[in-house]
Design a protein around this ligand. Structure first.
Ligand SMILES: [Zn+2]
Length: 254
């Protein structure tokens, strides 16, 4: 059971919470100490990001059938400056999606079951927003600095990513995906998702509907919900986020 992987990924869309704190504590113990002067170039981070996604792709069941075709149909004409996007669907019961700095976007089948096409596009836009605003990159970098992975750096030759062991890579992948985003970062990613919808001829109310749906799910499924929904439920302002997006869409109607 890939409990860790699945669990932590769920926090990317709305995630903050105690779990991330625990994780950091665990990593600190494992790593022993914080490195204050690790040099990480953008190329290092990009490579680690790519390696982390490849690890996730190996760990998850990637759909090649209906989900894949639906996502392909939705995304075949979208482009984002500076990002070479690639999409995959993970077959899982968890409601989630995430994007990475290498342009990888991963969408969970249960999210696709839950969302309409336009809502799905809004969430994809939101996730790309975290990448565009470097939230994801910063999260990965911080995770790397905190993680035991840093102990592998320095003494061996080769790139930073190449020096990661399999288990360290898994830790990094987890840490990247469970990044704690601030409320401001979430608001900004919502804004990005909204604009993303406009650019791609998606219903301007899609971001509103998607957020509203997740807020509803967090209310009705509090006990057995996917972690994304639970994480969302811990935000008191869930509906406020949705409402902001509705107001933006309303403003376009005048
Ligand atoms: Zn988010």
């Amino acid at each position: 059971m890939k409990r860790n992987l699945v669990f932590v990924l769920l926090l990317t869309l709305f995630g903050t919470g105690a779990s991330a704190q625990l994780k950091v504590g665990k990593l600190l113990k494992a790593g022993g100490n914080l490195i204050s002067a690790v040099t990480l170039t953008d190329a290092d981070i990009a490579e680690m990001s790519k390696s982390a996604v490849e690890k996730m792709d190996q760990e998850n069941q990637v759909d090649t059938s209906d989900y894949h075709r639906r996502l392909q149909r939705l995304t075949e004409n979208i482009s984002v400056d500076g990002l070479k996007l690639n999409f995959k669907v993970y077959l899982t019961k968890d409601v989630n999606a995430f994007a990475c700095g290498d342009g990888s976007v991963r969408v969970y089948s249960a999210l696709m079951d839950t969302m309409s096409d336009s809502e799905l596009m809004a969430i994809i836009g939101h996730e790309i927003g975290h990448v565009a605003r470097t939230d994801t990159k910063d999260a990965l970098k911080n995770a790397y600095l905190r993680s035991a992975a840093q102990n592998a750096a320095g003494s061996v030759s080769g790139s930073v990513a190449a020096r990661l062991s399999e288990s360290q890579l898994a830790e990094l992948a987890n840490s990247l995906a469970q990044a704690q985003y601030s409320q401001k970062q979430e608001y900004d990613a919502d804004e990005y998702g909204f604009e993303f919808c406009l650019k791609n001829n998606v219903d301007p109310y899609a971001m509103y509907h998607a957020l509203d749906k997740l807020a509803d799910m967090s209310k009705t499924n509090r006990n057995n919900a996917s972690a994304i929904v639970k994480a969302f439920a811990t935000h008191p302002d869930s509906y406020k986020r949705a409402q902001r997006m509705k107001e933006k869409a309303d403003a376009l109607q005048h």
